[in-house]
Every structure is written in C-alpha cells, then in structure tokens.
Design a protein. Structure first.
Length: 152
C-alpha cells in the first residue's frame, strides 16, 4: 500500500499543472485529483482510522466534490495516508489478520486480511486510472516511473 500511495503522489506531481489534475474527459467520471483524494481518504479511514485507531473522520463527499486543490496540497493528503498506513499496519498482529474486520463494508463481513487485499486492489485500480487520465490530458507527460520493482 505504501509503495502504491507513493506512486499516487508521483502521478499527481507528474501532471503538468494544477489545472490539468482536475480536468475531466468524456467518458471518464473522475479527474486525477478526485482519484488521489479518494484514495487518501479511503485508506486514512479504513486502515488508519479503523485498524490503527487514528481517529480520522472521513468526508467521502469532499473526496468526490472538491475541485481545484493545488497539486502540492493533494500530495500532502496522500502523504498523510502513507503515514496512516505506516502507523496502522504494524499494529495488526499476524494472528489478527484472520479476525473479522470491525466494520461491515458493502453489506459484507470479512476478515481483516481479505479486506486489506481488497483495499490494495482498489488502490492499484485507481492508480492505473490516474496514469491513463494523466496521459490523456497531458500526452507529453510520459511515464511517472511509478511501478518500480525495486520498491517492493
């Protein structure tokens, strides 16, 4: 999760301008900025708040409704999510991963391990969307170098 959140921060920084981060394109519901804020809020809530006890209060409507936030501030929110994940995950013992996640999510109950796997896949899915979005709105921006195996 930390590696992919760092990749989200790299994607945000790779947009050529603050404005480009918030552009929308036909057939694509969310901008790169929206996706970055959503991922930061999602992981600060489900990992930092629920598993780590950080007290983070999520505002999902703001994640999807905010526009025009400068790239530097979006990166700060992603960095806050990185910190939340880094603090929370070590608190979960090996045995605790088999325990039920404390919240029902999407009408389902599941183990902490299963939900963490879902959160990782969700993060990777939206990270890929951000990369394609950035390349569509800024074709000359090229690669952001986000998936380095050396970071595993």
């Amino acid at each position: 999760m930390v590696r992919d959140l760092r990749a989200v921060a790299k994607e945000v920084a790779a947009y050529p301008s603050d404005e480009a981060l918030w552009l929308t394109v036909p057939g694509v519901a969310n901008s790169g900025g929206t996706l970055a804020l959503h991922l930061a809020g999602n992981l600060q809530h489900f990992v930092g708040g629920v598993l780590g006890g950080s007290g983070y209060v999520r505002d999902r409507d703001d994640e999807f409704g905010r526009r025009g936030t400068p790239r530097a501030k979006v990166v700060k929110e992603v960095e806050a999510a990185i910190g939340a994940v880094e603090r929370a995950l070590p608190k979960v013992s090996d045995a605790a991963w088999d325990e039920e996640y404390p919240l029902e999510v999407g009408g389902r109950r599941m183990s902490k391990a299963r939900f963490a796997l879902h959160l990782s896949a969700h993060l990777a899915y939206h990270l890929g969307q951000m990369d394609y979005h950035r390349r569509i709105v800024a074709p000359a921006s090229g690669t952001a170098g986000t998936m380095s195996l050396t970071e595993l």
